[in-house]
Design a protein around this ligand. Sequence first.
Ligand code: ATP
Ligand code: MG
Length: 335
Amino acid sequence: MSCAPEVSPEALDALSGVSASADHSEAVWTPIAEEAERATRVKHPTNRLPRPFRRRVLAVANQKGGVGKTTSTVNLAAGLALQGLRTLVVDLDPQGNASTALGIEHRAGTPSVYEVLLGEIGIVDAVVVSPQSSNLLCIPATIDLAGSEIELVSMVARESRLSRALSSGVLDELGVDYVFIDCPPSLGLLTVNALVAAREVLIPIQCEYYALEGLGQLLRNIELVQAHLNPALTVSTILLTMYDGRTKLADQVTAEVRQHFGDQVLRTVIPRSVKVSEAPGFGQTVLAYDPGSRGALSYLDAAQEIALNRGYVDGGHSGNGHSGEGHSGAREVSR
Ligand code: ATP
Ligand code: MG
């Protein structure tokens, strides 16, 4: 006869705030108690994260397809929103996957980032609040964006159109602390627009063979943008995704990436998890879809690590380090 599971060391870790996801990602069997602890941590995070001393704008980029750009964008944004930070996701991929995962309409004709880039509407006309959280905003992408790389070519200031739109003061009014720009899998004009609009680049790297292939090209492009268009740009964050603890390869890739990028690599690693891949099918982030999953807790932890990066928090981790404009009282945004 089975008896009730005792509280596992992992659950105790979770209770004491130590990252269970990073340290126990090799576990293949998850006790119910552990899952319940994770769900509690994700649904009722005890930490109110500090606001950055200035708004942080991160381009989530890697021209390699399917490495977890969109998944990381939406789940990190959801993790920050859950912990009290107002976060905007700019969906800059014509596939519109980030919009889907946030439960936001993105049929052709929906006011979107495409019209914003063309200068036809302002961002306030395209921003939508995600049904998942009033702290989570999104500028959706529609299929119209697919032609924009060509349309932008002949436009004035073609590389800085997103940057101009985002610096319009509207984000101050909306009280946005974080902006994540989900890039398409290419190094074309859309990604360049993201790199010019951002101050930071977040590179998701999949723990797979060939993971580092093509990274050199991405880094060279970032250097070009730094040199000519956006001197403030830095690669602040590397996130290892789809880690499968059963394979040696995952550990080899992790070690290689850490050796190469050092402190830029988050300690938290995102495990490969079916729940993470199922969530967008329900128009949800994994934090909403299955808060008890290891994927959900990993993204919550990763969001925390990003927010607690000392380089971006004024006066330590006090939770009130914002010297800027302050949250807008009006939380709801409508078209
Ligand atoms: P693209 O280059 O096409 O925009 P991407 O880099 O944005 O792709 P995602 O769409 O986030 O990558 O992920 C690619 C696929 O891998 C998706 O089907 C997603 O659900 C799945 N996936 C992402 N992260 C995980 C994970 N941690 N565990 C399992 N599946 C995952
Ligand atoms: Mg994507």
